[in-house]
Design a binder for this molecule. Structure first.
Ligand code: LMR
Length: 332
């Protein structure tokens, strides 16, 4: 009698604990807090707590604190973290090569072009390709267009020749650097500053907010606003974890994600503008805006990558993007 009472108490206690236990979401990312992704993930954490009335606690780990680029994706698949927002380039190594379509140089003229893809059927089809990998896609977050940095001026394509540029692990980006005679160097984001400082690489391509918040401008004398490509993120969760959440919690998290997405996409340009002002103010880097002709020369050299990589990113995906944006590489 005594024992069964004890057991019953224990069971009730466990059930209560189970019902009240806080759900922890570990959200890991590689950039600084003071970036579009850094700020949006903080807002998501805040809104997730509010909308679930404390049932969910999102722990954000910025700056590669927990995992570097490649490890991040493995950690998500294993369930060591529940949520990430990797750049599109990070999905190629996972085997979802279609995501590298976003790395194609000059494929988007501006953010409006990009949104035709991320907010349309192509974006949805890309997210669906993650499901068999045990990953569920929640949203696309913007960062912005990329610039090039180096210790020597980068005006015309010949200026890139023989220079070592750090890139993310993407076959498309490798070809992009090769298209102007540069030497691509794949490296984790957290290692770029030191590689620049020690001369392991000559330069890199990234968004201005990433250049500034990683202090790359302290170790790079030149920055060229080429806007030749785009960096944005797919916010993803471990599918098993997501599917296992109570339906009301999932709905609240979807709402929190919607708000965080609007916020991220609303501040991205501003963050990059402020970062540019910061770089100029620091006075260590010469900021250059290529002339129309110089940019066109870069575009013509780099657009050759589209045809070269069309099989890798998938003809179907590529053509769907051309159709959505109206871009025609043959018309340059
Ligand atoms: C990079 O590795 O250069 C970027 O993708 C980092 C990021 O997440 O913005």
């Amino acid at each position: 009698m005594k024992v069964s009472k004890l057991l019953l108490g224990l069971l009730i206690g466990c059930a209560a604990l189970g019902a009240n236990a806080q759900i922890i979401i570990k959200f890991s990312h590689v950039v600084a807090v003071d970036t579009p992704k850094g700020k949006a993930s903080e807002l998501f954490a805040k809104r997730a707590a509010e909308l679930t009335k404390g049932k969910v606690k999102v722990e954000v780990y910025p700056n590669s604190q927990l995992y570097k680029d490649k490890e991040e994706m493995e950690a998500l698949q294993l369930g060591a973290v529940q949520m990430l927002a990797p750049s599109m380039s990070k999905f190629g190594p996972l085997g979802v090569k279609e995501f590298e379509v976003f790395d194609l140089p000059f494929i988007f003229d501006d953010t409006a072009d990009l949104h035709k893809v991320t907010k349309g059927p192509v974006g949805a089809a890309l997210m669906a390709k993650l499901e068999p990998k045990g990953i569920h896609g929640l949203a696309f977050w913007d960062n912005g267009f990329k610039v090039f940095t180096a210790n020597t001026p980068l005006h015309v394509p010949a200026d890139y020749r023989g220079k070592k540029f750090r890139i993310q692990s993407s076959k498309v980006l490798e070809e992009e650097i090769r298209s102007v005679g540069g030497i691509p160097q794949v490296m984790a984001f957290s290692e770029v500053y030191q590689a620049m400082q020690t001369g392991v690489v000559d330069g890199n391509e990234n968004t201005i907010s990433n250049v500034y918040t990683q202090k790359m401008h302290e170790v790079q004398k030149h920055l060229s606003i080429t806007n030749h490509g785009y960096i944005g993120y797919a916010v993803i969760v471990n599918k098993k974890f997501w599917d296992g959440l109570p339906a009301d919690v999932r709905t609240a998290l979807e709402q929190a994600m919607k708000e965080a997405t609007d916020y991220a996409n609303g501040i991205a340009q501003e963050e990059n503008d402020q970062a540019l002002a910061g770089i100029k103010k620091a006075g260590k880097t010469t900021v250059y805006i290529p002339t129309k002709e110089e940019r066109m020369a870069l575009k013509k050299a780099m657009v050759t990558v589209h045809a070269k990589m069309s099989d890798r990113v998938g003809q179907e995906t590529l053509q769907a993007i051309y159709k959505a944006t109206g871009f025609d590489p043959a018309k340059l």
